[in-house]
Design a protein around this ligand. Structure first.
Ligand code: SF4
Length: 299
């Protein structure tokens, strides 16, 4: 097939718009949509200091690349935070890949490890309960990222979550009956405590496969190996379900996120308090007496 905008061969058919894209027009469309999202959602203000969470995978590397390009035309500061959870046989390579690409992009970065922060690797934490790997990893990583971003005086923490990630989280929270997590949304952290660095997700309206194509088109080096704990997670099953739905009913993934965004203000009002307290143990913000991170460490 030919590109809908020129006569070159198409590399991608976007089902939701019915458009075919050649490499150049796909790149142009992707960058334009990214810039529009930053501008319309006011994700980054002039002069702000932004921390980018980089894992070494395609999403976070693409985000770092796009923000680096944006910085050339729009004044803000940025640096990257790379978290080493301590997952043997996996993290070493993704870490190497993240450092290599960040150095090529000339982005300053900081590596923060679970071992330095908590005295143990993720492998140690979940030695007897691998099913708990992703929830433990998520709680501890969020803590490390927030703390480091705060130390660096960053006012935004950008993560590479894509549309597929967002939809999976919406369904997973709902299926678990976790009303609080389901009702938080991305602005939760901004409003509830000044100890949380505001999170932004500039890629949340991009399909995972579009990010992959963009990363390949731009010769970004990323690691695509899968974490050994991923097979224990519910996320993979929910992701496969969403893929099947999208295949049968194109735009399902967009509709789910946009529907969720519409009901979010009402969910916030019903289930999220205006402010929260601090953990009795570490004094970080929490809705419970002792925060989840401290509960994990105590265990
Ligand atoms: Fe952490 Fe789970 Fe992701 Fe592995 S798959 S990096 S354990 S959240």
């Amino acid at each position: 097939m030919k590109c809908s905008r020129c006569k070159k061969d198409a590399i991608y058919y976007q089902r939701q718009s019915g458009q075919y894209y050649c490499k150049e027009h796909f790149n142009g469309h992707f960058v334009k949509k990214f810039m529009r999202g930053i501008r319309e959602d006011r994700l980054i203000k002039k002069g702000e200091r932004v921390a980018v969470a980089v894992s070494g995978g395609k999403d976070s590397i693409t985000l770092a690349f796009l923000l680096k390009n944006l910085r050339e035309r729009y004044p803000f500061e940025m640096e990257a935070i790379v978290v080493d959870e301590g997952i043997s046989g996996y993290r070493e390579d993704t870490l190497k890949s993240a450092k290599k690409q960040l150095e090529e992009l000339e982005i300053d970065y900081h590596v923060e490890s679970f071992e330095d922060s908590f005295g143990k690797t993720l492998d140690d934490f979940v030695e007897d309960d691998k099913e708990a790997a992703c929830s433990t990893c998520g709680i501890l990583r969020r803590y490390v990222l927030n703390k480091k971003a705060r130390e660096l005086s960053c006012t935004k923490l950008a993560t590479g979550h894509n549309l597929d990630d967002e939809d999976q989280s919406i369904l997973m929270n709902l299926m678990r009956g976790d009303v609080i997590r389901f009702s938080r949304g991305q602005n939760y952290y901004k409003n509830i405590s000044d100890k949380f660095v505001e999170r932004i997700k500039p890629l949340r309206y991009f399909l995972e496969k579009e990010i992959l194509i963009f990363a390949l088109n731009n010769n970004l080096s990323f690691d695509s190996s899968e974490c050994p704990y991923a097979s224990y997670a519910m996320r993979g099953e929910v992701g496969r379900f969403l893929d099947r739905m999208e295949e049968k009913r194109p735009t399902t993934k967009y509709s789910l996120l946009s529907g969720y965004d519409k009901i979010l203000p009402a969910l916030n009002k019903c289930f999220i308090p205006d402010s929260i307290g601090v953990c009795e143990s570490c004094e970080e913000p929490t809705m419970e007496g002792v925060c989840m991170r401290c509960k994990i460490l105590e265990k």
